[in-house]
Structure formats: structure tokens, C-alpha cells
Design a protein around this ligand. Structure first.
Ligand SMILES: C[S@@+](CC[C@H](N)C(=O)[O-])C[C@H]1O[C@@H](n2cnc3c(N)ncnc32)[C@H](O)[C@@H]1O
Length: 270
């Protein structure tokens, strides 16, 4: 064999080994980092499922909802570890597109349904568009109850005895060139339901971004309303996440996830 050929084979072999090592580390390194925050398959099964099933398959620009969802499911699974057996999730703006479009809409209805396949509970989701009912029946389990109504009228029907664990606000579509109508609609939603929310309720508002240097989004008026009520924001990004009277024992875990998911290494490996 000529010397050149030998070098070529050696280079191909080295490239192959590097490829395999990188591929393998893409699997075990993120798991090690996640485990370092105390999130293991045993303690937080859905956090792990979320990472592998919904988050990792997306490319980096589409992972804008990853950290906020992960924090939400971490907090819910902390409640499960403390003995909570049943969860109530309320969503405004339901699954509407076929095929399922995770990057565009988020597919929150599907993701919450997947959570409820591991943990007991119900998702009550509302949309103005009656077509959502058909899409939901096709893709979601019977744990998802779909309503057709204006979201503010729907939220008015709740009473204070209901314990909402997650309130997910994602109705009136955002127009970045005219964000006020959407932000005002989401403000009406939180105003009408606020007295039904309890210690530990997580509130998420989807679709927040910067447009022409100005923060716009569904959540900027909700943020102001909750700030005036003394409700802390625990994550600020494409989704804004708030929690009423968070358990101090969860704060460290939340900040570890926040740091980890914003770090460069996670973006690279995920
Ligand atoms: C962004 S989509 C919801 C996506 C869904 N959360 C998901 O992740 O798959 C917004 C939905 O809000 C609905 N919507 C708009 N205005 C509404 C209103 N006033 N009340 C209830 N739903 C409304 C629209 O019909 C649309 O289906």
C-alpha cells in the first residue's frame, strides 16, 4: 500500500472515531448536565421525556420555548414529588394545525397532554375556532377537554374552588406591527381569572419577542398586571413564566435550569 493511501485510511478512521465520540457525547453529556440540576428520569420523568421527544429534535432557532417549558414541568414534578396526584391545566388558544407544527405554534396542547399521560389530571383548552375540536380529538387523549368560546367568557365560568396548576395564555394571535390588541386581550384573560389562582399556580404567556428594538408580545401587559399584584416572573424569554408564591425549595432548581439552558454548550449539544 502506498504511503498516501495509508494516510488517507488513517484520516478516515480518525474522522470516524471523532464522529462516533461526538454522537455519543450528544446523548450522554446533556443527560449528565440535566442530572446535575437534580432532574433525573426517576424523579422528573416528564422533564426527561420533554427533552428527548419535543426539545432535542428541533433545531436551535426553534428551541425558543424549551427552557420555559422545562422550568414549568420541573415545578409540576416537584409538586408530584411532594405528593400531588392530580393536575389542572387551563389553556387559551388550542392546537389548530395539521400536521402538528411545533416550531410555529408550540403544540402546547400536545405537550401538556403528554405530561398528563404520566401524571393524572385534566387539560381544559378553549378556542374561538370550532375546527380545533376536531384536531384535538384526532391527536390528544380524553384528558384534554376542548371548548369552543371566546377565552375571556370561558375563564369567567371558573370558580375560586378550582385549583389551577398551570394557566397557559396563547389565544389572540400577535401582530408584531400592532401588538396592543393581542396584549390587551391577554390582560383581560388574566384579570378575569386572577382571583381563582392559588399559591403555586404557574402562569405562562407565549409569543414575546423584540421587534425593531422594541419588546412586543402577548405578555407585556400581563407582566405589568402581575408585577402590581406582587407575582414574581421566574423566566423571561419567548415565553414569560410567573408563579404565585413560589416554594423557596424550588428556586435553586429553577435557576440551575435557567443557567444551563442558556449556556452555549447546551445550545450546541441539544
Ligand atoms: C397560537 S394559536 C394557539 C396554539 C396552541 N396553543 C398550540 O401551541 O398549538 C392561537 C389560537 O387562539 C385562537 N383565538 C384567537 N382569539 C381568541 C379568543 N378571543 N378566544 C379564544 N381563542 C382565540 C385562534 O383561533 C388560534 O387558534
Amino acid at each position: 500500500m502506498s504511503r498516501l493511501k495509508k494516510w488517507m485510511y488513517a484520516l478516515i478512521a480518525i474522522a470516524g472515531i471523532v464522529f462516533i465520540v461526538l454522537k455519543l457525547s450528544c446523548h450522554w453529556l446533556p443527560s449528565c448536565w440535566i442530572n446535575s440540576t437534580g432532574i433525573t428520569k426517576e424523579t422528573h420523568p416528564f422533564c426527561n421525556q420533554f427533552m428527548t421527544e419535543f426539545y432535542k429534535p428541533l433545531n436551535a432557532t426553534h428551541r425558543k420555548r424549551g427552557p420555559s417549558f422545562l422550568i414549568t414541568f420541573f415545578l409540576l414534578e416537584q409538586k408530584a414529588l411532594r405528593g400531588q396526584k392530580d393536575f389542572l391545566i387551563v389553556e387559551t388558544g388550542s392546537l389548530r394545525t395539521e400536521p402538528i407544527n411545533i416550531p410555529a405554534d408550540g403544540a402546547s396542547t400536545i405537550i401538556f397532554d403528554a405530561f398528563l399521560k404520566i401524571h393524572n389530571g385534566t387539560l381544559r383548552t378553549v378556542d374561538l375556532d370550532p375546527k380545533c375540536q376536531g384536531v384535538i380529538r384526532k391527536y390528544c387523549s380524553e384528558k384534554v377537554i376542548a371548548y369552543t368560546s371566546d377565552s375571556v367568557k370561558f375563564l369567567e365560568t371558573f370558580n375560586e374552588a378550582e385549583k389551577i396548576d398551570v394557566l397557559y395564555l396563547d389565544s389572540f394571535d400577535l401582530d408584531v406591527t400592532n401588538p396592543e390588541p393581542s396584549a390587551e386581550h391577554h390582560l383581560k384573560e388574566i384579570e378575569i381569572i386572577f382571583d381563582c389562582l392559588k399559591k403555586g399556580t404557574i402562569i405562562i404567556v407565549d409569543d414575546n419577542l423584540v421587534y425593531k428594538g422594541k419588546p412586543v408580545g402577548k405578555g407585556y401587559l400581563v407582566e405589568k398586571f402581575l408585577k402590581d399584584k406582587g407575582v414574581p416572573m421566574i423566566f423571561d424569554g419567548y415565553q414569560k413564566v410567573f408563579q404565585i408564591a413560589p416554594d423557596p425549595k424550588d428556586i435553586e432548581g429553577v435557576s440551575k435550569i435557567r443557567d444551563l439552558t442558556s449556556s452555549l454548550k447546551m445550545r450546541f449539544f441539544f
